[in-house]
Design a protein around this ligand. Sequence first.
Ligand SMILES: [Zn+2]
Length: 263
Amino acid sequence: MGVYLDTDSRFHRDGAAYSLECPHCGAESHMRVGSVPDFRQMQMHRPKQIGIALHCEACNKPVFIRYRVRSYQPHKIEFMPGGQQIERPAETFSHQYLPPAVAETFRDALGCYSNDFRNAFAVMCRRTALAAFESLGDRGKMRCYEQASEIQRLADIRDEDFEIVRKIIFEMELEKSGAVPSLTHMQTIILLETMKDMLHQAYVRGGKLQKALQLRRYFAEQAEEATSGGTRVTEDQTDPRETKETRAHDSMIVRAVDRAGRN
Ligand SMILES: [Zn+2]
């Protein structure tokens, strides 16, 4: 069976439903098969790779997949299983907590990752690490190094995979030589998760904590004022999850705190 196109240009995939993480809406959604190449045209031109368009059932936007042709047969054209998704879901991070120089390079790094530019991703991760160590100082860099070891231990990452990631982040001599170690798909993922965790610990965690304390102080002051006025303010206004709703809520609170600071 496998993945193939029949003589009526119908796309078959082991009878299995297509379910993918949509690069547009982020939902793990069922995909409808939209456009597929024409069987006779393919037999005539014999391309080695083809593209098909799926449609996300959650947001109805097109999602493109590339397949490599395994064989041309009179009654079917067979493809290698495991098509490559052309657009990946965009990687997100709480950039607002990072110093501008770190945020700028890490945003570019995530863009490279989403587009599968592995070498460029590695280079931008190293630039991000350089900017971060500059702002954190030697002690901060040492903490990051220890944290990286902890990440390896917690996630049970093999030495041969982690060594290259450690080199990219910490061996700044590589920057001068211009050499970029090439990464496997798995090593790229490890580099991404290590960078995210490291930056989260170095900046995001503290930033959120400060904001939460600022917020509690603001509400405590409001509650004090309200004891004479009669309005009651509820507790538990913080949410560690980074969702659109909490971000909107956060910015509302920041505005409130700013206003309070001005008064
Ligand atoms: Zn979608």
